[in-house]
Design a protein around this ligand. Structure first.
Ligand SMILES: [Zn+2]
Length: 172
């Protein structure tokens, strides 16, 4: 484990979780999985993550039961979030919100909406209309005003993400 023995020896649940999702690139890979990116090539092109790192992350996330590897047809390998992985949605949404408030150069690039209510989730991931904290299957990512003025993406995932995208639905 790249994090070393310090984390492995800690019983704290946060340390245990970071053993699985605390490495560089991991949360961005998982974010793209929520956006419906499923293939190695698409993750590689969209994130510009080194291939060896991406391969190692996908392997450890699969081993940890966060992703599962499927081959819907010969030669096409896909990585999908398991239920365990989908449970990370509130974590990613909360961290996104923290970044919007405290770290973003340009906030408002993405908006997350509860699909049946067509309402933007609040910072706690709650729908202001129905009061639910919807799971990712009921959430849609919409491009926000913060994306305006950015150069047009040149790779297919970036271009696809310029349109609203229901989380977990395959993007390409
Ligand atoms: Zn709602």
């Amino acid at each position: 484990m790249p994090l070393g023995s310090d984390y492995a020896s800690q019983a704290c649940s946060l340390a245990r979780a970071l053993e699985i999702v605390g490495e560089r690139w991991t949360l961005l890979i998982l974010r793209d999985c929520f956006y419906g990116v499923r293939r190695f090539t698409d993750l590689h092109r969209h994130l510009a993550v080194p291939k060896a790192v991406l391969a190692a992350r996908l392997e450890s996330l699969t081993e940890a039961g966060v992703l599962r590897r499927e081959e819907p047809r010969p030669g096409r390998v896909e990585y999908l979030l398991t239920e365990r992985g989908q449970d990370l949605w509130p974590v990613l949404h909360a961290l996104y919100g923290w970044g919007e408030r405290h770290a973003a150069a340009v906030p408002g690039r993405r908006i997350f909406r509860h699909v049946p209510c067509e309402a933007e989730l609040d910072v706690a991931g709650r729908c202001p209309v129905c009061g639910a904290e919807p799971g990712p299957g009921e959430v849609e990512m919409c491009p926000g005003p913060g994306l305006a003025g950015e150069p047009e993406p040149t790779e297919p995932v970036g271009r696809a993400l310029l349109s609203p995208q229901r989380l977990l639905e395959p993007l390409t």
